[in-house]
Design a protein around this ligand. Sequence first.
Ligand SMILES: Cc1cc2nc3c(=O)[nH]c(=O)nc-3n(C[C@H](O)[C@H](O)[C@H](O)COP(=O)(O)OP(=O)(O)OC[C@H]3O[C@@H](n4cnc5c(N)ncnc54)[C@H](O)[C@@H]3O)c2cc1C
Length: 293
Amino acid sequence: MFYRLPEFNYYKASTLREALELVDRLEDFKVIAGGTDLVMDLRIGRYKPRNIVDISEIKELDYIVDEGDYVRIGALAKLQNIMESPIVRTKAPVLAEAIYQMASWQIRNVATIGGNLCNASPAADTAPPLMVLEAKLKLVSKDGERIVPVTEFFLGPRKTVLKKNELLAEIIVPYEKDAGSSMIKLGRRSAFTLSIVAVATLVKVENGKFKDVRVALNSVAPKPVRARSVEEALKGKKVSLEAIEEASKFVVNDISPISDVRASAEYRREMSIILTRDSLLKSLERIGYKIEG
Ligand SMILES: Cc1cc2nc3c(=O)[nH]c(=O)nc-3n(C[C@H](O)[C@H](O)[C@H](O)COP(=O)(O)OP(=O)(O)OC[C@H]3O[C@@H](n4cnc5c(N)ncnc54)[C@H](O)[C@@H]3O)c2cc1C
C-alpha cells in the first residue's frame, strides 16, 4: 500500500501572488496545502503530477475573521484552529461540531479546510455544515476572483468547479442568528474514521412552525448533497415529531448511495433517514424545542 513518492519538481510559493503565477504558468501540477490527502494520493499513484506547488506557508490565506454578519475563513486555516476558534464556535457552531468528529488532533493540526473542500471526497466532513450554513467560496486566479456557493462547488468524486489556474482562497460563512444546528456522523467506529453517512441540519422556527430547514449529507452520493425533499416537506409545517419523522423519509429522494468497504447502500439509506430525524431533533433542542423522539 505504501509506495515511494513519485519524482516531481517542487515549487514553494510564499505569497498568494506567487502561487497564482505558478498555477497559471505550469502544466501538469498539483497544489499541496497540509498534504494529508495529497501525499497519500501520490503514494498510491492516484496522481502523478510532474510539478508540485506548495502553498502551505502562504500566511495571508490563514485566518478566521469575524465580520459581524458573516465569518471569513482563509483556505489555509487549520481544522484544529477553526474548531477551537471562539468566533466559529459562536457564529458557526455546526462547523466546529463537524470538525470535532474529524480525523485526530495530529491530523487536524496539519489539515486545512481548503484541502478538505478541494479534495472533493464524497465523505468530506466540512461540506455538510458549510452547505447548511450556505457558505460561499472565493476562488481566485491571476485574472481575478469569483464567488461560488459551496452547494455548487462539487461536481463529483474529486471534481470541483475550480479551473486549472484557480485556487480556493476563502470560505465566507453567514452568521445564522436564531438557528439551531447539528451534525451527526456515523462511522465504523466512534472516532478517527471516515463517515458511512453524516447529516448536518439547521432549523429556524417562528410561531411554532418551521421557518427554515436545511439538511445536507455526505457519503451517500458522488458528492455531498442538500436534501431538498426533506426541507420542502417541513417548511411552514407545525413543529412535531410526526412531521419530522414523515419528512425524514424523503431523504432517500436526494441521495444515491453505493455499497463499499464501509457499508452497504441499503444500510446507508436506512441510516440517512434515522440520522436526518435525529439531527433535526437535536437542532430543535438547541433552540429550546425539546421533542421526545
Ligand atoms: C488519518 C486520516 C484521517 C482523516 N480523517 C478525515 C475525516 O474524518 N473526515 C474528512 O473529511 N477527512 C479526513 N481526512 C482527510 C484529510 O485530512 C482532509 O480532507 C484535510 O482537510 C485535507 O486538507 P489538506 O490541507 O491536508 O489537503 P491536501 O492534501 O494538501 O490537498 C487536498 C487536495 O486539495 C487541493 N487543494 C488544497 N488546498 C487547495 C486550495 N487552497 N486551492 C485549490 N486546491 C487546493 C490539493 O491539490 C489536493 O488535491 C483524513 C486523513 C487522514 C490521513
